[in-house]
Design a protein around this ligand. Sequence first.
Ligand code: AKB
Length: 317
Amino acid sequence: MKKILVLGSGGQIGSELTMRLRSVYGGANVVAADIKLPLIDDIMQSGPVEQCDATNAAQIAEIVKKHNIDAIYNLVAILSATAEKNPMLGWNIGMGALLNCLEVARENKCAIFTPSSIGAFGASTPLDGTPQDTIQRPNTIYGVTKVAGELLGDYYFTRFGVDARSVRFPGLISNVTLPGGGTTDYAVEIYYAAVKGEKFSCPLKKGTLLDMMYMPDALDAAINIMEADPSKLIHRNSFNVTAMHFDPEEIYAEIRKHKPDFVMEYQLDDMRQKIADSWPNWMDDTCAREEWGFKPKFNLQNMTVDMLDILSKKFGK
Ligand code: AKB
């Protein structure tokens, strides 16, 4: 990867991945793009920025040609709970952006990364130790777009030689840009509430196990899979990756070790609960570890220390 385009630079992953890619490949070599500008100051000031509606293929193609792009990070998606409220929007944005990116990548010989998700699994998948290759019959429109995206990525690779790669991200926990409309968002919001001294209402019930990962590990995964030796890849779209799994009680207890006065109560969101119940409790990510050396650094304990520290500084607490 020499010249990279990040579509969705304003989002939870994009706002951090853009800065990480710039630190690795140089600010001038990473073009940040989003439908909505301006982006955060760090991004605006450290390299090229373009306005781009990813559902418009001509706009993507123009930016790719203008900047001689050879790798595209397509991070455009509507997250699970929002997509479930508006399935057509979820499909049109998720699939529209992906198909456009794949076509532009084919025409311009670009590599392409598009995240898949634990949402690509469903209630009929083995939920404990979910294997790399298993039943994928998701019950959400978000999951349907993720499975279709995985299949399209492999299709464009075998049919046209497009270097399409992907990982199935679990819930991502981060502190720069809040996620919005996801099922796993509670695991981010709980830290913000703890630092601000607010009571937290948890939308998922006690015992709801979900895979999670701290953003620094997700950024490493997104870069390392694209840098991986292609001759070692047996899989491509998409690799199970995870760093930890916990239920609301476990993350609450971990935060209370540092903030003993913090209070969490339950206020269940039926839609999110239904989605979470259909997702893996924990995935087996052996293939990612063996094929391209995936090795996360953060667990619930050291992530909690880091999240509380960074957010305390951010909010002057
Ligand atoms: C969501 O909850 O929708 C996302 C995801 C796990 O893909 N964070």
